[in-house]
Every structure is written in structure tokens, then in C-alpha cells.
Design a protein. Structure first.
Length: 375
């Protein structure tokens, strides 16, 4: 039976960022991921945006960790040669009645410590994005684009170089609290050729993303339920990709479900339109009943009148681990907490956007909780 100081469950961007931070302090750090590769789920099926922190309620974990994570993500990418583009973004009001919401968004961002925000008019919108139509926009200079897949693997590579042990194709089958440890049952390998392993860990970090509620339930904690929300994308390639230069967003949905279907100029020169937001059954439901391309084109025309259905082709989709149920409203905050009944366990639940941005700041936050357990 192996012994570990820390066992991290989940090899997405947050789990790998945590592995990088804690392996710099402790030996015998393990990270286990159920899929064949790291970051295959939510972490690499998104827009790859390094968010600023303008959207989230003041003093929330999302606000604080996003603003800090924005800076740390740029620093990490620059140091470790992860592809990124610090380009800023525009949040565009299509109609005059939306300008009040734009002003409110600016105020919220400033309360959260986001710097450099300013309102601009149609002339400057056209100068930045000649094909975008709007009456006003919020210029958000701290936003950018990052290669999400490269970011995940670079966090993991640094962690491994510091002695962390990363195991993929490893599914948690049991968690049994002992006196000062948690006994973890693992099934390693694919279904046809798997083996059972057991590891005892002094600290368990549940960073299982879409499955974080199920991992918590294995420890007897039924406090949370994850509701998968699918976001779908279309992509524009070739000469028509020049219709967008950087990042262009509409105002966010009033119900808090989504930041809205936006335009993302990718690091490889195309642009993405998306994501949509639809509650789905199943945490692996990426493709069933996909939206028609015509629906994307129609929604895009509000800000980009020149777009045509023929410019678009269906792209990938991703799933977000929402804590707000269907029909609910508002933005649920990140949950990052020690388990009240199993003090050796730390749960991270509902880590959706801005999780990619916030990951290095989340890792520092978790480090402090791990110190309470291990030191």
C-alpha cells in the first residue's frame, strides 16, 4: 500500500495547478485522473480566455481569485512559454437601453479591483473591430487568450519535475476515512485491463470538476449537486476569420447562466462563436441534439451583421459544472472548503468559469488549507 501526503483527485487545470504548488512544499504528492489524458473535460473545452474579474459579486471567491489568477496566469505563461495573447476585450452594447448595464458592469469590475476599464463609443469600437456594430462598449484591457491545453500540461510538467506522481486512467472507487488518513481505492487502467490499488493519504483534495459532487458523496458529504451545462461552439476559418480581431462579448445573460455567445479570435487565427448554455442530462453529453448552425448565425448577427450561415462550421462543445439548478438564477460562487466530517479532505465544487483563469490563485488558496491539515 502506497502512502501519500497529498492525493489530488482530478487532472484538469485546477488539479494540475494545485499539484504544481503543493509539490513545491511537500513530497509524496499524487494526482489521479480518470481519463486517458489530463485536461480532457472542462479544462480544454472552453474559450481559453484569461478573464479579468468584472462579472462576479464583490468579495466572492470568483471575483478575488479571478483578478489574482489573471495576473498569475500571464506570469506563468511568460515564464514557461505557454502560448498566450494579452489582447484585451470589448463588451459591446448593441442597443442604447443596454448602456446602463455596461456602466454597472464597469462599476462592478472596479469594485473587484480590475484596472484600466473604460467606456468607449462607436468610433473606437470600429477602430478596434471594424465589422462589429454597437452603440457603446466596455474596454477590458486585462483580458486575453491562453492555450488551455498547453497550460494544463505545463502545470503538470512543473509538478512532475518537483516530484509529483501523476497517474491517468485512474478511477476512484472508494474513500474510507481512517484515524488521520483517508484510504483510497483506485481502479487503474481501462475496463478490460485494470487493476485495483490502494493508497493512504494524509490529505485528499477533491478537484474532480464535473464529478466533484460524486467524490464528496463517497466521503458521505451530500451537500452539493453538479448540474452539467453544455456550451457549444461554431468556428469561422479562412479569410472570413478576419471579421474579428480579438475578443468581443455581448452583455452577460441576466439570469447568470452565461456570459453570452461571444467571438474569440484563436491563437491559430480562426475565430470561435460560443459558447451557448444548455442544461443537459449526463456528464458526458457533448453531442446529443446539437444546435443547428443557423441558430449561431442568427445570434451572431446582432453584433456582427456581416456574418453568414455559410461562414460557420460546427465546432467542439464543453460541459460546465453548475451548482445552480435548471430554472435557477444568479451566479453561484466557487466552493473551496474542508469537509466538516472528514477534516483531511478539501473539496472544490462548482469550479466553472473563471476556473481556467483563477487556477493558480485557487492553488494558493488550497495550499493554505493543506497547511492546516499537514503542518
Amino acid at each position: 500500500m502506497d502512502q501519500a501526503n497529498i492525493l489530488i483527485i482530478g487532472g484538469g487545470v485546477v488539479g494540475c495547478a494545485i499539484a504544481r504548488v503543493v509539490s513545491a512544499r511537500w513530497q509524496d504528492v499524487f494526482l489521479v485522473e480518470q481519463f486517458p489524458k489530463l485536461g480532457m473535460a472542462t479544462s480544454s473545452r472552453n474559450s481559453g480566455v484569461n478573464h479579468s474579474g468584472i462579472y462576479y459579486p464583490k468579495n466572492s471567491l470568483k471575483a478575488r481569485l479571478c483578478v489574482e489568477g489573471n495576473r498569475l496566469t500571464y506570469e506563468f505563461c511568460a515564464k514557461h512559454n505557454v502560448p498566450y495573447r494579452h489582447c484585451g476585450k470589448l463588451v459591446v452594447a448593441a442597443e442604447p437601453h443596454e448602456e446602463a448595464e455596461l456602466t454597472a458592469l464597469k462599476k462592478r469590475g472596479e469594485e473587484n479591483g480590475v484596472e484600466g476599464l473604460r467606456l468607449i463609443g462607436p468610433a473606437e469600437i470600429r477602430a478596434r473591430e471594424p465589422h462589429v456594430k454597437g452603440v457603446a462598449a466596455l474596454d477590458v484591457p486585462s483580458t486575453g487568450i491562453v492555450s488551455a491545453e498547453e497550460l494544463v500540461h505545463t502545470y503538470a510538467r512543473v509538478a512532475t519535475s518537483q516530484g509529483a506522481n501523476i497517474v491517468t486512467h485512474a478511477r476512484i472507487v472508494s474513500l474510507e476515512p481512517a484515524n488521520r488518513t483517508v484510504r483510497v481505492g483506485l481502479r487503474i487502467g481501462d475496463e478490460e485491463d485494470s487493476q485495483e490499488e490502494t493508497i493512504e493519504a494524509r490529505c485528499i483534495i477533491n478537484a474532480a470538476g464535473l464529478f466533484a459532487d460524486e467524490i464528496a458523496a463517497l466521503l458521505g458529504n451530500h451537500s452539493w449537486r453538479i448540474y452539467p451545462v453544455r456550451g457549444e461552439y461554431c468556428e469561422v476559418r479562412g479569410p472570413r476569420a478576419s471579421l474579428i480581431n480579438n475578443l468581443v462579448y455581448p452583455l452577460p445573460h441576466a439570469d447568470g447562466l452565461s456570459l453570452g455567445v461571444h467571438f474569440t479570435k484563436t491563437l491559430w487565427g480562426t475565430f470561435l462563436l460560443g459558447p451557448t448554455a444548455t442544461y443537459v442530462e449526463g456528464k458526458d453529453n457533448y453531442e446529443k441534439n446539437r444546435l443547428p448552425i443557423a441558430a449561431f448565425a442568427e445570434s451572431a448577427k446582432t453584433l456582427l451583421p456581416e456574418i453568414e450561415e455559410g461562414d460557420l462550421q460546427l465546432g467542439y462543445s464543453g460541459l460546465r459544472p453548475k451548482l445552480v439548478p435548471p430554472g435557477g438564477k444568479g451566479i453561484a460562487d466557487f466552493v473551496i472548503t474542508r469537509d466538516p466530517s472528514v477534516p483531511q479532505a478539501i473539496h472544490l465544487v462548482g469550479i466553472e468559469s473563471p476556473g481556467l483563469t483563477a487556477a493558480p490563485a485557487i492553488a494558493q488558496h488550497v495550499l493554505q488549507l493543506a497547511k492546516e491539515i499537514l503542518e
